[in-house]
Design a protein around this ligand. Structure first.
Ligand SMILES: C[C@@](CO)(OP(=O)(O)O)[C@H](O)COP(=O)(O)OP(=O)(O)OC[C@H]1O[C@@H](n2ccc(N)nc2=O)[C@H](O)[C@@H]1O
Ligand SMILES: Nc1ncnc2c1ncn2[C@@H]1O[C@H](COP(=O)(O)OP(=O)(O)O)[C@@H](O)[C@H]1O
Length: 288
């Protein structure tokens, strides 16, 4: 019986995000190429008789510490209890799925720790991004977030992630959308020889939430433009409903140097260099 686990919760990045329709219940139909970062939160789990949650880390002050935290909401699906510690590195409400990543990490961890399967649980109802975060594998995400098709063979990308410290409301961005019936990505995604090839294709694609988010929070456009102006930036785009933007660079060194430069120019922003791709190995629960 495993009594303690460490689980990494990688940030989710929408390389593309097409809004292709809206259901009668108001939820939007999406078509998104989703990858994961080697930047994320960490959850520690220890066997205990009751549920408890402690939140620490640089972004701890922004997340609910009690029953509203997605970590506890998922944990309560399991029995009998666990002592949870969430180390919060990712900015909250920032388009990189931090809450969903944390919830998915607890799902993976408690699955291993308790040996309990939870088939039939509607994780989507807790957060539209949770299903794709469970495997933390590069995927095409469709439907309202429930149709997940793993995408193999995608080249890793070296990136800078930047958030100008403006929290945006996902429902508000969706409501502000001028057009809700945009074209999807091609039915069959191309295969890519390398990161430059993937980047060239991504430049022909879009995030349909970007213009709406930038009209509500002009700091997002400033962030994207500052990213695009960094030496060697091959593509700059917003992730999810924002405000975090990613910029793609040709090497880890180039991304690290660009991140240092941006952090120096904008000391108030959250800026990280990292790698994007499939993170299912890094996301696997580790025994303590
Ligand atoms: C937009 C995306 C793209 O990956 O990412 P984020 O910006 O949140 O990171 C996700 O679909 C968000 O996922 P998540 O943040 O988990 O959303 P939820 O809590 O389930 O939903 C928040 C609100 O967003 C709207 N929503 C969400 C998903 C969807 N397919 N259609 C929607 O209209 C609904 O108004 C919903 O009440
Ligand atoms: N563990 C958690 N981490 C982050 N946000 C959480 C968490 N639990 C609940 N929330 C709530 O979920 C909402 C969305 O947060 P988050 O997942 O960070 O957004 P996004 O997907 O846009 O990055 C916030 O309003 C926050 O209060």
């Amino acid at each position: 019986m495993v009594t303690g686990l460490r689980v990494f919760a990688p940030a989710k990045i929408n390389l593309t995000l097409n809004v292709t329709g809206q259901r009668d219940d108001g939820y939007h139909l999406l078509d998104s190429l989703v990858v994961f970062a080697d930047v994320g939160d960490v959850v520690h789990l220890r066997a205990a008789d009751a549920w408890s949650l402690q939140v620490d880390g640089p972004e701890a002050a922004s997340v609910p510490a009690g029953d509203d935290n997605l970590v506890l909401r998922v944990a309560r699906l399991f029995a009998p209890g666990a002592a949870l510690t969430l180390t919060k590195e990712l900015p909250v409400a920032s388009g990189i799925g931090g809450g969903s990543a944390d919830a998915a990490a607890v799902w993976r961890g408690l699955g291993v720790m308790t040996g309990q399967g939870r088939d039939g649980v509607d994780l989507l109802a807790l957060g539209a991004d949770i299903p794709v975060c469970v495997s933390s594998q590069a995927a095409r995400m469709q439907g309202v977030g429930d149709v997940i098709t793993p995408v193999g063979g995608l080249p890793d990308l070296h990136v800078v992630l930047a958030n100008p410290r403006v929290a945006v409301s996902t429902p508000h961005i969706f409501r502000t959308l001028a057009h809700k019936d945009n074209a999807p990505m091609p039915a069959i995604l191309p295969t890519f020889t390398d990161a430059a090839d993937l980047c060239a294709w991504l430049a022909t694609q879009r995030n349909d939430l970007q213009a709406a988010a930038e009209s509500i929070a002009p700091q997002i456009a400033l962030t994207r433009q500052a990213m695009a102006a960094l030496p060697g930036c091959m593509l700059a785009r917003m992730s999810g409903s924002g405000a975090t933007c990613f910029g793609v660079f040709k090497s880890a060194t180039a991304a690290t140097q660009a991140a240092q430069r941006l952090a120096h120019a904008q000391p108030g922003w959250w800026v990280r260099a990292g790698r994007l791709g499939s993170m299912q190995d890094a996301a696997r629960p580790q025994a303590l």
